[in-house]
Ligand binder design. Structure first.
Ligand code: BGC
Length: 351
């Protein structure tokens, strides 16, 4: 049974801006609740093979839950730059830019006040569509240029949660927007993801150093724990004694997705419930993060603790640290150009 969170639980003002909770539904009963605080997906109810609905994303039933959380990215929109920029520094058009550092010496997910931590302008367009807007000012977190961002969340009758990102700038700037839902296809807080079968259409990944910055290499996944080209249990190699797994504390890596254009890039199947999640994007990369920093301290919506590795994130993106890795696809948005990115999470049930 779907248990909707009350709007009142999110009605507050943060830095003078109104926070609220919006409910999107499709004709098949799939329901998503999204707050404009951080553009976060707060709940996402999806049926299993018996027709039982579960809320499959980690999160809280009150705004205070989010404001006091140990994990600050649950369900959030991430920007201006998804993942890490080494030492929070890059050079663009002969100027050195210094970004806020919030992950030891590095910059992570847009800095101290990333897009996860701001109140977006919100307009519900229909029962199934929400439009969020934000003006990230020149100099915010150290980035150049006024960046106008629009994100459209749409729940289609094809059982897709579509996220479309559009941005324009008045000065060249790195842009790499993504979404940070923590999924568990058994239901949030309902157990391990070990037996989820994961397939990623990526024949290469970007190896990292011991502070999770890509080395610059694009490495073949063959004969490594990163070979998800065929459906594979998430836990199969998660504790392998190899440097890459040790550096990531499990999986926390960017996969170099095969092909180009809007395409199916990943599929996750949970064998007991039969729930299937597919990921479709036009991005060249995707971060697979296996919840290695969850530790049970965050107690979520159903008063269940969110334990170590009991959720996964699939974040469509350009590669981490691209502003400093000139062999990676460029993340620089120039004035007069438009940034466009699509991420679709599509739900189905195994026949
Ligand atoms: C990063 C992790 C980080 C996590 C935060 C992921 O996208 O790659 O290193 O700890 O986000 O929730």
């Amino acid at each position: 049974m779907i248990k909707l969170i009350k709007n009142e639980n999110f009605k507050t003002k943060i830095k003078g801006k109104q926070v609220d909770l919006y409910t999107l539904k499709n004709d098949n009963g799939i329901t998503a609740q999204i707050t404009n605080y951080g553009g976060r997906v707060v709940s996402l109810w999806v049926p299993d093979k018996q027709g039982d609905y579960q809320d499959i994303v980690l999160g809280y039933k009150t705004i205070d839950g989010y404001l006091n959380s140990n994990e600050i990215y649950f369900g959030a929109l991430i920007g201006r730059y998804g993942n890490r920029i080494a030492k929070g520094k890059f050079v663009l058009n002969n100027s050195v830019y210094k970004l806020a550092t919030n992950n030891d010496a590095n910059h992570l997910h847009g800095g101290v006040n990333g897009f996860n931590n701001i109140v977006w302008g919100a307009k519900q367009i229909s029962d199934s569509k929400l439009e969020l807007t934000y003006l990230s000012k020149d100099g915010e977190e150290g980035y150049p240029g006024n960046l106008n961002v629009k994100v459209i969340y749409k729940l289609t009758n094809n059982n897709e949660l579509q996220i479309e990102y559009i941005a324009t700038t008045d000065k060249a700037t790195p842009v790499n927007l993504t979404h940070h839902s923590y999924f568990n296809l058994l239901g949030a807080g309902k157990g391990s993801i070990n037996n989820h079968l994961l397939q990623i259409k990526a024949s290469r990944f970007t190896p990292i150093n011991d502070v999770l910055i890509p080395t610059g290499e694009l490495k073949d996944v063959k004969n490594t724990p990163f070979d998800f080209t065929k459906p594979t249990k998430i836990a199969k190699h998660i504790n392998d004694e190899v440097d890459q797994i040790k550096y990531g504390f499990g999986y926390d890596h960017n996969f170099v997705l095969d092909g180009t254009g809007l395409r199916l890039v990943a599929k996750v199947e949970e064998p007991i419930s039969g729930r299937i999640l597919e990921v479709i994007t036009n991005e060249p990369g995707m971060q697979f993060y296996s919840g290695n920093f969850l530790n049970g301290k965050d107690v979520g919506k159903e008063n269940l603790p969110y334990k170590y590795r009991e959720a996964f994130c699939l974040e469509t993106q350009h590669f981490p640290n691209s502003p400093n890795q000139l062999n990676f696809p460029s993340t620089i948005l120039k004035p007069r150009n438009t940034y466009q990115s699509t991420c679709i999470y599509k739900f189905s049930i195994k026949e």
